[in-house]
Design a protein around this ligand. Sequence first.
Ligand code: BEZ
Length: 174
Amino acid sequence: MHNEHWVFGYGSLIFRVDFPYIKKQPASITGWSRRFWQGSHDHRGLPHAPGRVVTLIESPGEPCAGMAYRVKEDVFEHLDHREKNGYRRVDTALHFDDGSKQEGTVYIAEVDNYAFLGAAPLDEIAAHIANSSGPSGHNIDYLLELDIALKNLGIEDSHVSELAKLARNITDQN
Ligand code: BEZ
């Protein structure tokens, strides 16, 4: 069907699936790492106090595992609106667990976008997340839901799991 496409989810698209899809399959892309380096002005923070959400950072040769969804073209309208805070669509190859490969689309917030926050020590990122919230809820819920969703898929991501551990410790102390 030529109005069907693959879209690759590596962040909230894994645990917040508010769009129709035809099928989903675990997949990975190559050359990118998931990092909590993007500011969120509209979901997990506010323009004057952005939260931190994931984007992909160029990392030659590195795999990034997530979930691919087969969607009709009109789903992109919804996702473009939902992910309007600095993300743009990038076409890339998706690798499936059975060894097959298909073209797909991924939303990436690049380093030159207006909401990009960039790297920081993990304990600072965890504290930032533990103390942020926005119209879509607490920033820590985004982090913990992503951590659980990745673990349920058998995906190991030490950046995410370390942050989840640190942020949990901060909120347990409060
Ligand atoms: C994703 O889960 O693929 C995603 C993350 C952030 C923005 C857009 C999409």
